[in-house]
Design a protein around this ligand. Structure first.
Ligand SMILES: [Zn+2]
Ligand SMILES: [Zn+2]
Length: 277
């Protein structure tokens, strides 16, 4: 943790890095030279020699600060002891599919195949794979109860493809699913980011990609479908606004005019309540 923190500080990088006994995951922003230096230095640590990095347009200003933390889990599913890793990575996870391999599997298995969104339900409001199942989860912590609820038992003998932003959440989600009886689990290698780089908006992805920095969302092309709509007036929008109730702050899809309206700039639950009288 100290090594990574010092390295980022030295290079003027901002962002968020989580380190656990299972590995490391994070996003940093800064000048191209600084980011390149970061990848080079990080790979010098032998276990990280083959680490994958994904690149996207942005800067240090997309992040409010630098945060480097050591945690029990890289992704907070609430199951630190269920996850086991060896030199090859996670043990007992899903079969990795490259974007082309995903298309091949869809061709072979047709309607039998199910897409299962591995993100928070909110993220899928603005973009998801066509006909994907979106579990009712507010945070990753809700996933285990959702998987054990019985709602998805009919998928347990079907080919299920999980996906998430960059492929990391699925690394943890897929063994949790397999341990709970899902027989044929796949995961999209490199996540939506890599799929979008390869197929843009001409494949099976629809809409915008929610991202965890100031950009909030990104599109793969000008052809991106607009899936989101304002919770108040149904105007198409991909912009999340924090509910103006300080005690809530829920990210809520809102059009520019509702977001600018003092009476309306609240989530569905808070709008019209005592909080804004
Ligand atoms: Zn509106
Ligand atoms: Zn609210």
């Amino acid at each position: 943790m100290l090594w990574q923190k010092t390295l980022c500080e030295m290079l003027g990088l901002k962002g968020r890095i989580i380190i656990s006994k299972h590995g490391i995951n994070g996003t940093v922003g800064g000048s191209l030279t600084a980011c390149k230096m970061y990848t080079r230095r990080t790979r010098e640590f032998a276990p990280f020699k083959n680490m994958e990095f994904k690149w996207s347009q942005g800067s240090a200003d997309d992040f409010p600060r630098l945060s480097v933390k050591a945690r029990d889990e890289i992704v907070a599913f609430g199951a630190p002891d269920e996850i086991k890793v060896d030199e090859q990575g996670i043990i007992g996870g899903g079969v990795h599919l490259k974007p082309e391999e995903l298309h091949k599997l869809v061709e072979e298995r047709g309607d039998e195949l199910v897409f299962f969104d591995g993100r928070n339900a909110m993220e899928a409001e603005i973009g998801k794979f066509k006909d994907a199942i979106v579990p009712d989860v507010t945070t990753t912590h809700d996933f285990i109860a959702e998987l054990e609820s019985g709602k998805y038992d009919h998928l347990k003998d079907k080919p299920v493809v999980t996906y998430c932003t960059g492929g990391i959440r699925c690394e943890v989600l897929t063994p949790l699913m397999k341990n709970r009886g899902f027989q044929e689990v796949y995961q999209l290698d490199g996540g939506i980011v890599r799929y979008g780089e390869r197929f843009g908006d001409s494949g099976l992805w629809e809409g915008s990609l929610y991202v965890f920095d100031r950009r909030m969302h990104m599109e793969f092309s000008d052809e991106a479908k607009q899936l989101g709509q304002c919770v108040h007036c149904e105007t198409p929008t991909n912009d999340f606004v924090n509910c103006h109730n300080e005690a809530c702050r829920k990210q809520t899809l809102m059009c520019a005019s509702c977001a600018a309206d003092e009476k309306k700039a609240y989530c569905e639950r808070c709008v019209g309540t005592a909080a804004n009288q």
